[in-house]
Design a protein around this ligand. Structure first.
Ligand SMILES: N[C@@H](CCC(=O)N[C@@H](CS)C(=O)NCC(=O)O)C(=O)O
Length: 215
């Protein structure tokens, strides 16, 4: 039995991704909360775990892993059942591309440190920040909707009939979007996949409001 500790913040969508993966794979873990609003992730204690000062970080059997997607890939390799990636190369490339659309092209733009920089350097208030983020979210989620709606590989989930890496990222991002006034109804296929994820206990349990540090 592995000893696992997840460094997390209830509202962090990158932590949501890892929480879903851990739950799907039936792995139990200790939850260590770092409050991003009060700068807990910039404390010397946390920087000693992850010098980048972002969550999540995963400690497993003495190893410290950072970056949500590599953490999930590590879990996938060590605990392959149930699989979060397809068995064929083309399928894996498609799922990783969908995950990257969220993880590389959407999520970084709603990150706390990015929004704070907009405020302190350019004087953007909360509404200006939200308008800015909505623009960039749509720039990726609009084509993602088209891509998913038209591809034969799309099923109940992003790829086929079982949830995987792309669904973890999409689910977490749609949760985040609400804080910026973006409604899932803009993207019917994404909304349908989100609803399918919500049927699964591992996804529901990973939501911010279910975490011990939920405020
Ligand atoms: N690419 C990283 C991003 C990690 C990240 O930026 N996490 C956010 C929370 S979702 C964070 O810690 N933000 C702190 C800050 O912006 O100051 C990953 O996927 O793990």
């Amino acid at each position: 039995m592995s000893e696992i500790r997840l460094h997390s913040y209830f509202r962090s969508s990158t932590s949501v991704r890892v929480r879903v993966a851990l739950a799907m794979k039936g792995l139990s873990y200790d939850y260590v909360a770092w409050n991003l609003r009060t700068g807990g992730h910039r404390s010397p204690d946390y920087l000693a775990i992850n010098p980048q000062g972002v969550v999540p970080a995963l400690e497993i059997d003495g190893l410290i892993l950072t970056q949500s997607l590599p953490i999930i890939e590590y879990l996938e390799e060590r605990f392959p059942d149930p699989a979060l990636l397809p068995s064929d190369s083309a399928g894996r490339a498609r799922v990783r591309a969908l995950a990257a659309m969220i993880a590389c092209d959407v999520h970084p733009l709603n990150n706390l440190r990015v929004l704070r920089h907009l405020e302190t350097t350019f004087g953007a208030d909360a509404e200006a920040q939200a308008t800015w983020f909505r623009h960039w979210a749509r720039a990726t989620l609009d084509p993602m909707e088209k891509l998913l709606a038209s591809a034969p590989q799309t099923g109940a989930f992003c790829h086929g009939e079982r949830p995987g890496l792309a669904d973890l990222c999409l689910f977490a991002q749609l949760l985040n979007n609400r804080r910026f006034g973006l409604l899932d109804t803009e993207w019917p296929t994404l909304a349908r996949i989100y609803a399918a994820c919500m049927e699964i206990p591992a996804f529901r349990a990973a939501r911010p409001e279910e975490q011990p540090d939920a405020a």
